[in-house]
Design a protein. Structure first.
Length: 248
C-alpha cells in the first residue's frame, strides 16, 4: 500500500515537472520573436538614417521640398516676403535689375518717414526730365541672385501662393506706375510664368494692391517683383513709396 502511494507520488511529480520545460520553451520562443522584431526595427532605422544625405545643402533642399509639399497638401502657404524692412532676414530677391540703365532712378529701401508698416519702406524717385533725354522709361526688377537675368539658377518654388500683395502711395497723388510684373525672366533659366497688372494711378495715401496668381505656374520664379513707368504718363517728376511686398 505504501509502495503504491510512493509510485503515484513519484508519477505526479514527474508529470508536473515535465510541464515546466514546455512553458519555458514557449517563453523562449516569444522572447526570440520579440528580439527578432527589435533587430529588424533597428535595421530599418539604420537603413533610413543611411538615406539622409551627409551634404548639409542637400539636406536643407530636402527639408525645403518637404515643407513646400506639406504646405501644398494642407492648402497652406506661409507669407514669403520680397520686402518687409531694410535688411530683414525674411526678405527675398535683390532690387538689382535697374532698367534700362538706372540713370534716371534714385532708390532708397531704408526710408523711415511715414512707412506703412515697420521702421523702413522704399522710396523711388523717377527723374522724368532725365528720362526724356534718354530711354523715356525706367523700372527695377527684384532678382535672385542679384543681376540674374536668367544666366544662373536662382528661382524659388512659390507653388501654393495665390497672390502677391504690396502697399504703395505717391508723394502728391496722381503718380502712375505702368506695370507691376511677377516672373517673366527669360534666358537659360527662365521663370515658369509671368503675370502683369497695370496701370496703377497712386494716391497720396497708402493703399494695398494685389496681383492675382491663381492658376499660375510658380514652380520657378527668379524675378520676384518689378515695376516700370515712363515719362509719357508722368509729366513731372514721379516720387512714390512701396512697402510690405509679399507672396501669400
Amino acid at each position: 500500500m505504501h509502495l503504491s502511494k510512493s509510485i503515484i507520488l513519484i508519477t505526479m511529480i514527474f508529470v508536473l515537472g515535465c510541464g515546466q520545460p514546455g512553458n519555458s520553451s514557449d517563453q523562449s520562443t516569444k522572447s526570440n520573436q520579440t528580439e527578432s522584431k527589435q533587430t529588424e526595427s533597428n535595421q530599418n532605422q539604420d537603413s533610413t538614417a543611411n538615406k539622409v544625405p551627409a551634404d548639409p545643402e542637400k539636406a536643407t533642399a530636402l527639408l525645403d521640398q518637404a515643407e513646400q509639399m506639406s504646405q501644398k497638401n494642407e492648402g497652406f502657404f506661409q507669407p514669403f516676403y520680397v520686402y518687409s524692412n531694410k535688411g530683414a532676414r525674411t526678405n527675398h530677391f535683390i532690387p538689382s535689375g535697374f532698367m534700362p540703365d538706372g540713370k534716371c532712378v534714385t532708390f532708397n529701401d531704408a526710408w523711415q518717414d511715414d512707412c506703412q508698416n515697420g521702421h523702413t519702406c522704399i522710396k523711388v524717385e523717377y527723374d522724368v526730365e532725365c528720362s526724356r533725354n534718354g530711354e523715356k522709361w525706367a523700372g527695377i526688377y527684384w532678382l535672385n541672385p542679384a543681376n540674374n537675368w536668367g544666366q544662373r539658377k536662382g528661382g524659388y518654388n512659390l507653388s501654393g501662393a495665390s497672390k502677391l500683395t504690396f502697399w504703395a502711395k505717391g508723394q502728391l497723388g496722381g503718380e502712375q506706375i505702368q506695370e507691376i510684373t511677377v516672373g517673366g525672366i527669360t534666358g537659360n533659366y527662365p521663370d515658369s510664368d509671368i503675370v502683369v497688372i497695370g496701370p496703377i494711378i497712386l494716391t497720396n495715401k497708402w493703399k494695398e494692391y494685389t496681383v492675382d496668381l491663381r492658376g499660375k505656374d510658380l514652380s520657378y520664379i527668379s524675378g520676384g517683383f518689378s515695376w516700370t513707368t515712363s515719362e509719357e504718363v508722368n509729366l513731372e517728376d514721379c516720387v512714390f513709396y512701396l512697402d510690405e511686398i509679399r507672396y501669400e
